[in-house]
Ligand binder design. Structure first.
Ligand code: NAP
Length: 254
């Protein structure tokens, strides 16, 4: 019996999980992407792109596509789709597993100020002009328009066309990033403060390590609190969970 799995993606973990499941028989896997970035990365399984139309749209998709298991492997800050996933799972009775990497924890040598959201991060920067490395999603940057006294180095995957501040430099890069490159970048732009979300994971950790190495303060934005769902924190654990829920044919003695 083929089991249908929908992976809500947009993360490295979603891509890796899809690749692992593609190699396994008995599963029909689709990855869903919001379509925020121009280039769609190959996932090794079919990809659908674009929002579902809220909770109702996602619930209708789950029913129409006869999804046996939805895996929310979206970014820890993508709270809207994660809320939709929980609500649509409850509405349809279809199973949900969340794959969420653990957050980073401050270590010796880190100088973190934790902020509840982007507005709190803007406030934490204070009045005195700073040279800020903003490693944030495109949609959150506009909060920093409230603090035009700072210089901003902004890194994004796709170009940002409508940035409202005069003193900013933009670079387009997709991770993973290396510590030595992050140190070089911060030195080159004379950065004195890092602003980052507590995304967790390896791909974005180099900037945190670089700030530590340079002795720079960092304003770290906490994750949104999400409604409860059964959660694993690694791709391996997700595969093991799926193997347990839907044992491969050989293990069923078929
Ligand atoms: N937020 C970040 O910092 C960040 C970083 C890296 C990657 N991403 C990825 O980028 C995507 C969008 O992030 P976001 O913060 O804008 O999400 P969000 O605020 O939680 O979602 C906004 C809306 O976008 C649609 N959407 C989001 N993820 C989707 C997915 N995987 N498949 C289909 N529709 C999706 C949904 O539209 P409908 O309501 O119409 O269904 C959702 O209500 C996510 O896939 C996430 O994993 C986000």
């Amino acid at each position: 019996m083929t089991r249908r799995i929908l992976i809500l993606g947009g993360t490295t973990e979603a891509r890796l999980l899809a690749g692992r499941l593609a190699a396994r028989g008995g599963l029909d896997v689709t990855v869903s992407l919001a379509g925020r970035t121009a280039r769609i990365i190959d996932h090794g399984v079919p990809v659908r792109v674009g929002g579902f139309g809220g909770i109702e749209g996602l619930a209708a998709y789950l029913d129409e596509a006869e999804i046996d298991l939805m895996i929310d492997a979206t970014h820890p800050f993508a709270d809207q789709i994660s809320r939709s996933a929980v609500a649509a799972s409850v509405a349809t009775g279809r199973r949900l597993l969340a794959l969420r990497r653990p957050p980073w924890a401050p270590m010796a040598g880190d100088h973190w100020t934790e902020a509840a959201d982007e507005s709190a991060a803007v406030a934490a920067l204070g009045e005195t002009p700073r040279r800020v490395f903003l490693a944030l999603g495109r949609q959150e940057l506009r909060r920093f328009a409230a603090a035009p006294q700072h210089f901003y180095l902004v890194r994004s995957i796709d170009p940002i066309e409508d940035w409202p501040l005069p003193d900013a430099v933009f670079i387009e890069q997709r991770g993973p990033f290396r510590e030595e490159d992050e140190v070089r970048l911060m030195r080159e732009h004379r950065i004195d403060t890092l602003v980052a979300r507590n995304s967790g994971g390896d791909a974005g950790y180099a900037k945190i390590v670089a700030a530590r190495a340079l002795g720079l303060p960092a304003v770290i934005i906490r994750r949104p609190v999400l409604p409860g769902a059964e959660t694993v924190d690694t791709v391996d654990a997700a595969v093991a969970w799926i193997d347990h829920a839907f044992p491969p044919a050989s293990e069923r003695g078929v």
